[in-house]
Each structure stands twice: as C-alpha cells, then as structure tokens.
Design a protein around this ligand. Structure first.
Ligand SMILES: O=C(O)C(=O)C[C@H](O)[C@H](O)CO
Ligand SMILES: [Mg+2]
Length: 402
C-alpha cells in the first residue's frame, strides 16, 4: 500500500490546529494531529519541507520502519517540533492500518481493557467561591474527576483561570501576554481551595490540581504536604522537569501523588522519573511524544514501575489526538485517567468524530481507524491566526516559567 500524497492542513476554528492527511494508492487515507501550541507553523514547515518529500512512495503499512527512519534518520532529533511531526505521520499511518483491517484502532493495539475512559474536566474561578461553584457544575454533569484552579489574591491573572469555562484557551494574543507570579501568594491560597472543596462536596470525587511548572522541589514538597488531608488524585507539574532527579526531594516529603510529562517529547525525558518511581502518573501525549508507536514504549516502561497513564488533553490537542488517545486509553493496561477539555462547536464541526461523553467517561465508537476525520471545506473557512502562549514574570520583573 503506497503513500501517494501527504498534505498539511492549517485551520483556526477558534484556535490553530495543524493536521496531516496521508493518502494511499488503495483509496485509504489517515489523519494525524501536528499541533504545537504557539509554534504551529514550525511543525507545518518541518513536515512540508523536510519529512513529506521522504514519505511519498513508502509502504504505508511499515509504521515502525517509517518511525525509525524519521527518528534515527534525523541527526538533530528529540525536540518537540520534530517529535510532533513524527507523531502526526505515525497516527495517520495507524489510522490507515486500522481502516485497512476494518477495525477500530483499539482492536489493533490489543483490544478493549475497559468499557469507558475516566476523564477529568477543568473547573476554574476567579476566587475560591466561584471555583467551588464551578466544581459543582462538573459534578452535576457526571464527572468523577475534576481539576480545580483558582485566582490568587493579589495577582491580576492566574494560570488556568479564564472567562470561558468549558473551552479554556491559554494562547490568547498575537504577541505573548505577560502574567505575574508570586510563589508565596500561591502557596498561601491553594490549600484553602481544597479544604473548602472537601468541606463542600466530601471525598467522593477525584480532585486534581496543576501548578504548571512553577515551584522548586522544596516548595513542591511543602505544597504536597499541605494538600495531603484533601487526598488529591494528583498534583501536576509542580516542578519543571528539566532536572529529573529534582523530583527525588519533592517525592520523599509527600504522599500526594505526582503527575508530570505534558511537555515531554520522548521516553528519555521521563526514563529516570519512571524507573526511580519518582512519579505516579505520566502525562506525555500522542501528539507531542512521537505518536502511538513511541507512547506505547513509554506506557510499557511505566507499567513496570507502577506508574499509570494520565495523558494531556487540553483544547490545543485536536480532536484527532483525543480520538487516538481514547483508543490508546481503552486498551492500555496501566491506564490512570485522561484529561478532557471540550472543544468548541466550530472545532467539532471541522473534526467530525465518533467518541462521546457518558457520565464521567469518554467512549470510543467502532468506526474503523481512530474515528476522527477532517472536513477540509470547513477547515478552509478558518485561516491561521498567530497566537502565543503567555509568559510569566515575578513581581520584581524577573522572567519566570509560565
Ligand atoms: O491541560 C493542562 O494540564 C495544561 O497545562 C494546558 C497547557 O497550558 C496547554 O496545553 C499549553 O498549550
Ligand atoms: Mg498541565
């Protein structure tokens, strides 16, 4: 089955998405997501200018060999742009293989391990009262697990808090917005949020929180300890993970479960975290970590060390990634949870899909492939719009992590 065409489609139905469509000589095509928030055109060019010329004419069924060709065959490898481009090819090829087999993707991966995929939604508010009310709305919708983020008194803006509740989008400007950060203000306010949430709703639902890479290991240890009474499902990205061994100190001071990995591009970014049992959940995604072929290796390594999956699923991961991830989640033995931020209606129209939400779970359909398509005519109505993620400064003006 020869690849005869591969094209990159950039569309902006409310936010930018980069999509790869690979067509074969047997009338089958596959779709892969190549979206890297705020750096979309770099991946589009990497695909168009560097990978697609080497892809045409290859046998679409040789997924592993094609993966190795683009990974090992690149002298400059492992960066997020390159790994996102490889992921798009990989997912499109798995889509084709599953369509050729006339099977939903999860069947090719090894079959169903569960009936549905437990997801968590994002509740956020400007203050604790508003966040508590938002969590209540998610509970009413049937969610079993909810991430809670709240505004910090004394800071004008806070990561994860937005006007749009269901479709939170951080890439909010055509040049980076500048936010302010204070670790001490943050550490003083977060435990109060979770104390109030547990007082209000009890302990039946899973609660999660994302620190977005902003603490040192000892600060993270303090936060983890202070949250222990509220039994979080996880504390996410408390510490930036460039230094994997930095998690040791944090880990040894708290029993709050630790999640990390949405910015990782390969198994090498989490090998030490997993093999030293410094984390509980690995959040790498199909789109940013080399596709299904590579994420499968990460999941298998994690399984050896009792680490479970908890893939990233913000709105900047297109429905194509969500569909592929849900097939993966339906199969993977060491599944933990899946993040789910709903897409806007415009996005859902551009990317028709057969997964659906059912009382706290996402369920995949049985359409052959990963079950997500792109409507090219609708995609063409929404041209690319430059948008950056914000940057962060400390109150004295020092640049900081966002
Ligand atoms: O969903 C999360 O956990 C995030 O941290 C979302 C990120 O800010 C977002 O994907 C950046 O593009
Ligand atoms: Mg996160």
């Amino acid at each position: 089955m020869k690849i005869i065409d591969a094209k990159v489609i950039v569309t902006c139905p409310g936010r930018n998405f980069v999509t790869l469509k690979i067509t074969t000589d047997q009338d089958l095509y596959g779709i892969g997501d190549a979206t890297l928030n705020g750096r979309e055109l770099a991946v589009a060019s990497y695909l168009q200018d560097h990978l697609i010329p080497c892809l045409i004419g290859r046998d679409a069924s040789q997924i592993e060999d094609i993966w190795q060709f683009f990974y090992r065959g690149a002298y400059w490898r492992r960066g997020p742009v390159g790994m996102t481009a490889i992921a798009a090819i990989d997912v499109a090829l798995w889509d084709i293989k599953a369509k050729a087999a006339n099977m939903p993707l999860y069947q090719l991966l090894g079959g169903r391990s569960r009936d549905g995929v437990m997801v968590y939604g994002h509740a956020n508010g400007r203050d604790i009262a508003e966040t508590v009310a938002e969590v209540g709305k998610y509970i009413e919708l049937g969610y079993k697990a909810i991430r809670a983020q709240t505004g910090i008194p004394g800071l004008a803006s806070t990561y994860g808090v937005s006007k749009d509740k269901m479709y939170y989008e951080p890439a909010d400007n055509d040049l980076p917005s500048e936010n302010l950060w204070s670790t001490s203000k943050y550490l003083n306010s977060v435990p109060k949020l979770f104390e109030t949430l547990r007082e209000t709703y009890g302990y039946e639902h899973h609660l999660l929180h994302d620190t977005h890479h902003r603490l040192t290991p000892i600060e993270a240890a303090q936060l983890g300890k202070s949250l222990e009474p509220y039994k979080l499902f996880w504390l996410e990205d408390a510490v930036p993970a460039e230094l994997q061994e930095g998690f040791r100190l944090f880990r040894h001071h708290t029993t709050t479960p630790i999640a990390v990995g949405e910015v990782f591009a390969s198994i090498h970014d989490c090998q030490q975290l997993i093999s030293e049992q410094l984390i509980d959940y690995i959040r790498t995604t199909i789109v940013h970590a080399g596709g299904i072929t590579h994420l499968r290796r990460i999941a298998h390594l994690a399984e050896l060390y009792h680490v479970r999956t908890g893939f990233h699923g913000a709105t900047d991961l297109s429905p194509v990634t969500m569909g592929a991830a849900l097939h993966f989640d339906t199969w993977v033995p060491n599944f933990g949870i899946q993040e789910y931020m709903r897409h806007t209606d415009e996005t859902d129209e551009v990317f028709p899909h057969d997964y659906h939400f059912d009382n706290g779970y996402l369920k995949v359909g049985d359409t052959p492939g990963h079950g997500v398509d792109i409507d090219e005519a609708k995609a063409a109505k929404y041209p690319y719009k430059r948008a950056y993620l914000p940057v962060n400064r400390l109150e004295d003006g020092t640049m900081f992590n966002w």
